[in-house]
Design a protein around this ligand. Structure first.
Ligand code: GLN
Length: 202
């Protein structure tokens, strides 16, 4: 089974590890370059993108992770993880950097005060059965994707409510990102998709 790392600097690492294990992967925490070197794929969890950016630098992991992404490492970013995988960020703090890889522009904390945190059901392309059995998505101070460049593909949008039409899931080769947190719902279908992406890359 593939070994999938969960970047374990901040955020909900355990929940991702549990979901990955349920999908048949070996999940390992990644805090140092030697651990990164041993993984077939990487999950970048939700949390706070500005903090994870700083910790990546403090742990001397920023360049190694960026290099592996450039070399084609499959990665899945949820919420703050989506921001870290984006090539461009709006509403970031001064000096905020991203690892990049996804040809998208994300808007940080995009949904605004009224809908800071909300839940909705979504259809995500590539997620098993999601047309018949929509995915319950939990958004927590989430970004949305404001622009999608030529390399990236939209795989999910909010369907109703004040944010209807907003792009919240994207794919680009072995990279996957969602604005929401599938690791908190017990529905492992997004993780299953990512584990399949990792398997296909081996
Ligand atoms: N607002 C956070 C950020 O900018 C993301 C929130 C989350 O990951 N739940 O990184």
């Amino acid at each position: 089974s593939p070994t999938i790392g969960v970047l374990a600097l901040q955020g909900d690492v355990r929940e991702h590890a549990r979901a990955l294990e349920e999908c048949g992967a070996d999940a390992v925490p990644v805090r140092r370059a030697s651990e990164l070197a041993a993984v077939d794929g990487l999950v970048i969890p939700g949390g706070e993108s500005t903090t994870i950016d700083k910790l990546l630098r403090a742990f001397d992991l920023f360049e190694p992770v960026q290099q592996r992404l450039r070399d084609g490492l499959p990665a899945y970013g949820s919420c703050a993880g989506m921001i870290l995988l984006a090539d461009r960020v709006l509403g970031g703090i001064e000096g905020q950097r991203t690892l990049g890889g996804l040809d998208i522009t994300v808007r940080r904390n995009a949904f605004g005060r009224q809908v800071d945190s909300f839940e909705t059901d979504l259809v995500i392309d590539g997620v098993e059965d999601s047309a018949a059995d929509p995915l319950h998505a939990v958004f927590i101070r989430a970004p949305w994707v404001e622009e999608v460049g030529e390399q990236a593909t939209v795989v999910g949008r909010v369907e109703s409510g004040p944010a209807a039409g907003r792009i919240v899931a994207v794919r680009q080769g072995p990279l996957l990102a969602t604005s929401f947190h599938p690791e908190v719902t017990g529905d492992t279908r997004v993780h299953r998709l990512f584990v399949q992406i990792v398997r296909d890359s081996l």
